[in-house]
Design a protein around this ligand. Structure first.
Ligand SMILES: [Zn+2]
Ligand SMILES: [Zn+2]
Length: 344
């Protein structure tokens, strides 16, 4: 019998030698469950510092959807000691699927095991009188797919709530797969304006805008999923039913094919882009004269769309005067839920 027969090589944790649960080719790093959790939390902190996202004194608002990325992010920021509250927007995507309902339940389940968390809940139907599917059916922008109306509404609500409640930064759970897919899409079309703005942190360039950051932008999606699993986070597994066939999903599949042939390529594609931009090796400019931001006459949020921003316009008819228009746009309402503190 040969000596070194068939025993499959189990990767060993680089820190302690125990069997590894994950091997990250782009870092040449295998880790056991314990050391992977530790590494994941520390690497998030390094990303926050590397891109100057926020500091220990800042109030952080985490956009939580109930999916793995946003819940894992909230979990990590809490472990790191940041003052991080959650924001959940109830989109009302429930027809036949209960998608939004199940998402909120995932967020509440997460909070129930973590005392002392605060969650802002904005319900589209309660605040604005219409769910996202209803809004999309009514306004021209929503024809076909509600994703455009949904993205617009979420951006508007997140920004307004963050500013109104005095948060210093809004964070989202976008991971490297998300960022690489957007970068790929924008590069294929040489969308220079988008390429100029794609960044792990977006400064508040205008008093009506909140700073935005993506602390998970250097994690592969599978790493975030692994973290959520080892932490026992019960997240909403399903994607939004409207996202089926979305262009970004197609680009993600292409990049995954590339990754299989050439491991680490997603990581290189994204991080080398950021590095080259930072060093000034590649520069992109916004199209001249087109990026004048003015406050919306109704809500005050900066807009490039003229007098009234695209969000407010969903409630305004062209024949309305300004006073009538102001009365027609519903104002943001929300409630706050807290998970019981340990003493309680
Ligand atoms: Zn270990
Ligand atoms: Zn507006």
């Amino acid at each position: 019998m040969k000596k070194r027969q068939t025993q499959a090589r189990v990767p060993r944790c680089k820190k302690c030698g125990a069997p590894a649960v994950i091997y990250m080719r782009q870092h040449r790093l295998a880790l056991c469950e314990t050391h992977f959790q530790e590494w994941f939390v520390n690497y998030t902190q390094r990303t926050i510092e590397k891109y100057h996202m926020f500091g220990p004194e800042d109030r952080v608002l985490v956009a939580v959807s109930g999916g793995k990325d946003s819940l894992a992010l909230w979990d990590v920021l809490t472990q790191l000691g940041y003052r991080a509250d959650g924001l959940y927007i109830g989109l009302g995507i429930d027809e036949g699927t209960q998608y939004s309902q199940r998402s909120l339940e995932a967020v509440r389940g997460f909070m129930a095991e973590r005392p002392g968390l605060r969650l802002y809940v904005v319900d589209m139907k309660e605040a604005y009188g219409e769910t996202i599917p209803e809004l999309a059916r009514r306004v021209r922008r929503g024809r076909g797919k509600p994703c455009s109306v949904c993205g617009l509404s979420k951006r508007h609500i997140m920004n307004e709530l963050a500013l109104r409640e005095g948060f210093d930064v809004l964070v989202t759970g976008h991971n490297l797969d998300d960022e690489a897919a957007v970068l790929f899409q924008n590069t294929l079309r040489w969308q220079t304006g988008y390429l100029a703005r794609q960044s792990p942190v977006l400064e508040a360039t205008h008093p009506g805008l909140v700073r935005k950051a993506k602390p998970f932008c250097r994690f592969y999606e599978r790493e975030v999923a692994a973290y959520a699993i080892v932490r026992g986070i019960e997240y909403q597994y399903d994607e939004c039913p409207f996202s089926v066939g979305a262009t970004t999903i197609y680009y993600k599949e292409l990049l995954n094919q590339l990754e299989r042939h050439s491991p680490g390529s997603k990581f290189q594609f994204y991080t080398q882009f950021l590095k080259a931009k930072k060093k000034g090796l590649i520069t992109f400019h916004e199209p001249e004269g087109e990026v004048v931001l003015r406050p919306c006459r109704i809500c005050g949020q900066p807009t490039t769309a003229g007098e009234i921003c695209a969000f407010c316009r969903m409630w305004v008819r062209p024949d309305m005067d300004l006073e009538e228009a102001k009365r027609s746009v519903p104002s943001l309402t929300f409630r706050v839920e807290t998970s019981e503190s340990e003493e309680g």
